[in-house]
Design a protein around this ligand. Structure first.
Ligand SMILES: [Mg+2]
Ligand SMILES: [Zn+2]
Length: 499
């Protein structure tokens, strides 16, 4: 009786009293039941965040579709890299799995059902969708629009910088590649990264500056640039591919006398995040290495780059009179490994991207920083065939005994297809048939194994289904339901109080 009165009093203070409902009772209350109840209790605790953010961090796993997330989660559980014990994998969580707000995002471009990184990154950087291959131009704008820059869609970074916020860009791809370029640049063709063969002379008459030039000339400057693609900044004969003789690194150094340019891991590690002046780090001529192939004394990995960028942007807040920052961090090579139909490297890249997200979440105050994690588009990776729980995600399918399927089984216990071949859990809808002769002699768990595919194409392609968006921080509550990709821009703007 006394207990009931106490309970009633407590409820009256904290929440409207709930009418007593039926008792939840079932004979099986095992670990799954207890885990489910604990997860429910965690969700019933309301976290009230402030409605305004000071900083926005957008983290993009290029090509990290939902199948990639699931497979990478299992891969990370089976091959943990931080001292955790390996497990079956399915129960594991990646860094964003614990973020409270999630949405499905429609990725199509205005003229393409299956999108590319240029059109999709334009959507979340400008708030408007555009055509495939186009970076930050309206859907009806072409090269002629370079002559009237004031009529181009404005990027989140351009608006942020004009308001006194700092901007940071981190990528494991070339910094002029579509995703990072969409933070700062405007071109009708994503290939116009530098003054080289990919930007034909005839096209240059349009007056559109190449993306490397646009980065160096970004109005107000970019506080932290860390990535690959140095060759687009340097002339032929000086380690670069530019045919216009310009050395954009020198031009950047002249523009920013207090700036620091670094070209290797040692250079980055010698920098203090607290020092004033912008940082330009171009660590490779082309993309950074895949994490599997990276030499740590030569090249920093994505988690280290992310840590430095957050520390640097946060350290500059005081000098900006309290103004925050916009930082885009891209795990850019999940996509590249998929295009090669190489699941191991794709999952390793996604796992590393998750480590970078975890590091960022550790460093920021989520009451003042909105953190978003998403992909620009998916890939045609599928996960199939009723493998048993804990089956190596890269391996051949060992069927769950009482699962469906019911086909023939090899003496090793592998499920066989109609031709008597063992099947892998992961395969692609398309990709190179001819290139991977080598791969046929490798076990599917080998890092260089190229997975099987249905259609033979030069390169495995993007997938067109929705991608996931995860969010935590001020106005993360707006991330829910099914949404168009350009809404990401508007949510970020709302979090910063832009109207
Ligand atoms: Mg990209
Ligand atoms: Zn791609």
């Amino acid at each position: 009786m006394i207990r009931n009165i106490l309970l009633a009093t407590t409820l009256a203070v904290s929440a409207p009293a709930l009418a007593a409902g039926p008792v939840l009772d079932t004979p099986v209350q095992d670990d799954w039941w207890q885990g489910g109840r604990a997860a429910l209790d965690a969700r019933l605790k309301v976290v009230n965040r402030p409605k305004r953010a000071k900083n926005v961090i957008l983290m993009v796993g290029d090509g990290m579709g939902v199948t990639t997330i699931t497979a990478a989660r299992i891969f990370d559980g089976q091959h943990p890299i931080d001292g955790r014990k390996p497990g079956p994998g399915e129960e594991n969580s990646l860094a964003w799995d614990r973020m409270a707000n999630t949405a499905l995002v429609k990725t199509y471009n205005t003229n393409a059902q299956v999108a590319d990184s240029a059109g999709t990154a334009s959507a979340f950087n400008t708030g408007v969708k555009t055509r495939i291959g186009v970076i930050n131009m309206g859907q009806n704008q072409g090269a002629e629009a370079c002559k009237t820059p004031e009529k181009l869609p404005r990027t989140f970074a351009e608006i942020a910088r004009a308001q006194g916020l700092a901007v940071g860009i981190v990528s494991t791809a070339r910094i002029t590649h579509a995703t990072p370029a969409a933070v700062f640049g405007h071109v009708p063709k994503r290939d116009w990264e530098g003054a080289d063969r990919a930007y034909p002379m005839a096209d240059r008459a349009s007056g559109c500056a190449d993306l490397a030039t646009q980065l160096v000339n970004f109005k107000g400057g970019v506080e932290v640039v860390l990535g690959g693609g140095g060759a687009r900044f340097l002339p032929v004969g000086k380690g670069g591919v530019r045919d216009d003789g310009r050395n954009l690194v020198s031009e950047w150094q002249q523009r920013w006398p207090t700036g620091q340019y670094v070209a290797d891991a040692k250079g980055l590690r010698a920098l203090s995040a607290a020092s004033t002046g912008p940082v330009l780090g171009l660590f490779t001529a082309d993309h950074l290495s895949f994490e599997h192939d990276r030499k740590d004394d030569a090249e920093p990995g994505l988690p280290e780059l992310a840590r430095f960028a957050v520390a640097k942007l946060a350290a500059g807040t005081k000098a900006r009179g309290g103004k925050g920052y916009y930082l885009m961090i891209e795990g850019g090579r999940i996509d590249h490994a998929h295009h090669a139909s190489n699941p191991y490297r794709a999952l390793k890249e996604a796992q590393t991207f998750s480590v970078a997200v975890a590091e960022v979440l550790k460093m920021v105050n989520l009451d003042e920083t909105l953190v978003l994690v998403t992909a620009d588009h998916s890939h045609v990776l599928t996960m199939a065939g009723y493998p048993e729980r804990g089956n190596d995600i890269l391996g051949y399918i060992k069927p769950a005994r009482d699962g469906e399927g019911g086909g023939p089984i090899s003496k090793e216990g592998w499920a066989l297809d109609d031709r008597g071949q063992p099947m892998t859990t992961l395969s692609y809808a398309n990709g190179p048939f001819l290139a991977p002769q080598l791969s046929r002699q490798l076990p599917p768990t080998d890092p260089n194994y190229l997975a099987s595919k249905t259609f033979g194409t030069g390169s495995e392609s993007h997938g067109g289904e929705d991608v996931a968006l995860f969010a935590e921080g001020p106005r993360a509550d707006l991330v829910r339901g099914v949404m168009e990709q350009n809404l990401i821009f508007h949510i970020m703007a709302e979090a910063l109080g832009w109207r």
